[in-house]
Design a protein around this ligand. Structure first.
Ligand SMILES: Nc1ncnc2c1ncn2[C@@H]1O[C@H](COP(=O)(O)OP(=O)(O)OP(=O)(O)O)[C@@H](O)[C@H]1O
Length: 512
């Protein structure tokens, strides 16, 4: 299992959770840390996932608690040979260790690897057992959909592989139950596996709307990765670039180009999974998917219909256009467009490379909000690395930050929170980042999402006024002053230069 990232929740070896004794760390995700454990009586092996609830603000904690409850509930209720079995859910009661006291711990069957690790171990080589793995994943998905659940976060890291070739779906942190035809989840998810329509779904009080077809799309991406040894079906060197390419395809702007090496029957099925919108994907239910994957796995030579995938994709694209599929980036401002005058700031990495590097000091809990915020802006200058750099320069990622500065006419201006919002300006741009139906400048998800909305507006403003030669610089300066002031001065005002240089320094550090 992956041991690259130090566990976010430190649990000492020998620590007891009910009748289970922790032995060693396995890995950590955004919301929890997983440890190997054994039963104190019979030595049976297990994995214990500690779910964190110790995040930054009370508001955020509420959201995370809901996620923990959701994960515990679905894990306990699920009962299928291709879904990881959860034996028990414990609440740690240990006042002597405040970092652990109150945490939720899920005790699960232990796997040997996850699919992501297998793909990373032999990039470019299709997994010999790939079809069998996909068969298990599709069966697990059909089971979840049969119970009116949507997994919501299907990706290689959430497919576990256990002794004896067993395949389990795992991680129910974003799983949701359908309410009629939809389910609602927090606005999170893997950029590489969310369907194009996800970006345009409204995030309301109950979260972002998803449907089972989101899992079908994710399965299409995952199947392509498995059968090609890791290749994503959409081009791009970063998850953000690939997500933008998927949206361009869904808009009808580019054909679907599956890798030549994918066998014919699989190509056809993957193209069905990757139809550009919910409506055209809906015919492929979890059960149909599992049946077809079963056929392909057991009779790999048999091809049911011979219709080129590219033709199917073109038909699907036409269908999407005819049904007016919902699209996020309607301004057409995506793709390989280059920032005018970007050469003026040669030390900055190109926008396409401004994802968040793994070693940046950006708190793990904030990363999904930062990345999602950047994705929701069609301007390529508004990148995860830029948003993180601005937060660092504004508050050092401190949700409780507070500053008073002199405004025009010497009137003091109070700024608060991780993005240093003045309440009045925040009110004009307020964006709900955690999907709870309210906006609060002191809550990091809302503060970050609102920073993204404002930067997105400013980027367009500066492009329209031909002041895009140093967008990171002018954006950072305008955030401190205003778009009008920066425009009037024809660039970064002298008094904000130190600040903008700091933002650019962090931007270089954070970009992967
Ligand atoms: N039952 C299990 N047996 C063995 N390893 C497991 C088990 N459940 C999770 N893991 C491993 O523990 C690590 C952390 O898992 P976790 O589900 O917390 O995060 P993730 O899915 O990798 O990331 P994220 O939650 O950010 O999507 C991963 O390497 C995962 O494969």
């Amino acid at each position: 299992m992956s041991r690259e990232s130090a566990p976010a929740i430190a649990v000492p070896p020998g620590y007891r959770v009910g009748p289970w004794r922790i032995t060693e760390p396995i890995g950590a995700g955004s919301w929890g840390s997983v440890y190997a454990a054994e039963h104190i009586e019979d030595g049976a092996r297990a994995a214990v996932k500690f779910l964190r609830t110790d995040l930054l603000t009370p508001g955020q904690r509420t959201g995370v608690s809901e996620q923990v409850e959701r994960e515990a509930r679905f894990s306990l209720e699920a009962d299928h040979r291709h879904v990881v079995r959860t034996h028990a859910v414990h609440t740690v009661r240990d006042p002597r260790r405040p970092a652990l006291d109150g945490l939720t711990a899920l005790v699960m069957d232990r796997a040997e690897h996850n699919l992501q690790e297998l793909l990373a171990a032999g990039p470019g080589r299709p997994l010999p057992l790939g079809p069998r793995i996909l068969d298990g994943v599709a069966a697990g998905l059909a089971y979840l959909h049969g119970r009116s659940w949507v997994h919501g976060d299907l990706k290689p890291a959430n497919v576990l592989l256990a002794e004896g070739g067993r395949v389990w779906l795992a991680d129910f942190g974003l799983t949701a139950e359908l309410e009629g035809t939809h389910a609602y989840v927090p606005p999170l998810g893997s950029l590489d596996h969310v369907p194009p329509e996800w970006w345009s779904e409204r995030t309301g009080a109950s979260g972002t709307r998803i449907r089972p077809t989101a899992d079908i799309w994710a399965f299409g991406v995952l199947a392509h990765q498995v059968l090609t040894g890791g290749l994503h079906p959409f081009p791009g060197s970063t998850a953000r670039a690939r997500a933008l390419a998927a949206q361009a395809y869904a808009r009808g702007g580019a054909p679907l180009r599956l890798d030549e090496s994918v066998p014919e029957g699989w190509r056809e099925l993957i193209a069905r999974c990757l139809r550009p919108d919910h409506a055209s994907r809906a015919e492929l239910t979890g059960e149909r998917l599992a049946t077809r994957v079963g056929e392909l796995t057991r009779h790999p030579g048999r091809v049911r219909r011979r219709r080129p995938a590219i033709l199917l994709a073109a038909l699907a694209t036409l269908l999407a256009a005819a049904t007016g599929s919902a699209l996020l980036l309607s301004t057409g401002a995506i793709g390989e467009r280059s920032t005018p005058g970007a050469a003026a700031t040669p030390s900055l990495p190109p926008a396409a490379a401004q994802e968040l590097g793994p070693h940046a000091d950006v708190p793990a809990a904030l990363r999904p909000y930062i990345t999602n915020t950047a994705m929701r802006c069609a301007d390529e200058a508004v990148t995860p690395a830029l948003i993180a750099a601005m937060l660092k320069a504004e508050s050092g990622f401190d949700a409780a930050a507070h500053r008073v500065r002199k405004g025009k006419d010497g009137i003091p201006i109070e700024e608060y929170g991780i993005a240093m919002w003045t309440p009045k300006v925040f009110a004009d741009w307020a964006t709900d980042g955690d999907g709870n139906g309210t906006t609060d400048y002191r809550k990091p998800p809302d503060a970050i999402a609102t920073m993204g909305s404002y930067l997105c507006y400013l980027a367009r403003y500066f492009r329209e006024h031909d002041l895009a030669t140093d967008l990171p610089g002018v954006l950072a300066a305008a955030y401190r002053t205003s778009g009008k002031v920066v425009l009037a001065e024809g660039g970064v005002p002298e008094r904000t230069r130190r600040h903008t240089e700091r933002v650019k320094k962090y931007l270089v550090e954070y970009a992967r």
